[in-house]
Unconditional design. Structure first.
Length: 155
C-alpha cells in the first residue's frame, strides 16, 4: 500500500531537508511546492499573483501525487500544512485512493526558526522563498500544531 507523507512545520523547521532524506530512504516521490513555484515564477512573494500561482501549483502537484499513489508509489507532500483542516483534507484524499498517510511534524522553537530564517535569507536559493522576520512572526502565532491523534499513521 502506498503512503502519503505530509511534511508539517513552519518555514526553516527542516521539512525539506527531512523530505530529501525520506525521498531516498522510503523511496518516495517528493513534491516540494516552493521549489516548483520559484522555478516557475521566481521570488514573487510580494507579487499580487503569488497566492493564485501557489494554489495552481498545489493543485497540479496533487494531480501528480494522486496518480502516483494510485500506482502504488509513496509520495511526500512538502507543503508545510499549517492548519489541521488542510492536513485532514489530504489524509482523507489519500484514504479515498486506498493509500495510508503519515504526518512528519518538525517542532522547532520560535527563536530557533528566526535564527535559521536569518541564515537562509543570507543565502538565497532557487529552492526556498526569502521571508522577512516581520512576515514570519504572525505565521508562528497562526500555526496549528498537530495533536497526538494526527501524528498516528493511518492505514
Amino acid at each position: 500500500m502506498a503512503t502519503l507523507h505530509l511534511m508539517v512545520g513552519l518555514p526553516c523547521s527542516g521539512k525539506t531537508t527531512l523530505a530529501h532524506q525520506l525521498e531516498h530512504d522510503l523511496p518516495a516521490l517528493r513534491l516540494t511546492l516552493d521549489e516548483w513555484h520559484i522555478r516557475l515564477f521566481g521570488q514573487d512573494a510580494a507579487a499580487p499573483e503569488h497566492d493564485a500561482r501557489h494554489s495552481l501549483i498545489e493543485a497540479i502537484l496533487w494531480n501528480i501525487a494522486s496518480r502516483s499513489l494510485e500506482l502504488g508509489t509513496n509520495v511526500i507532500l512538502d507543503y508545510g500544512l499549517w492548519a489541521r483542516e488542510e492536513r485532514e483534507d489530504y489524509r482523507l484524499r489519500a484514504q479515498q485512493l486506498g493509500a495510508s498517510s503519515e504526518v512528519h511534524y518538525l517542532d522547532v522553537p520560535a527563536d530557533e526558526l528566526l535564527r535559521r530564517l536569518a541564515q537562509r535569507n543570507a543565502r538565497p536559493s532557487q529552492e526556498s522563498f526569502l521571508i522577512s522576520e516581520e512576515s514570519m512572526k504572525p505565521w508562528i502565532a497562526f500555526f496549528q500544531k498537530p495533536t497526538l491523534d494526527e501524528l498516528a499513521r493511518r492505514e
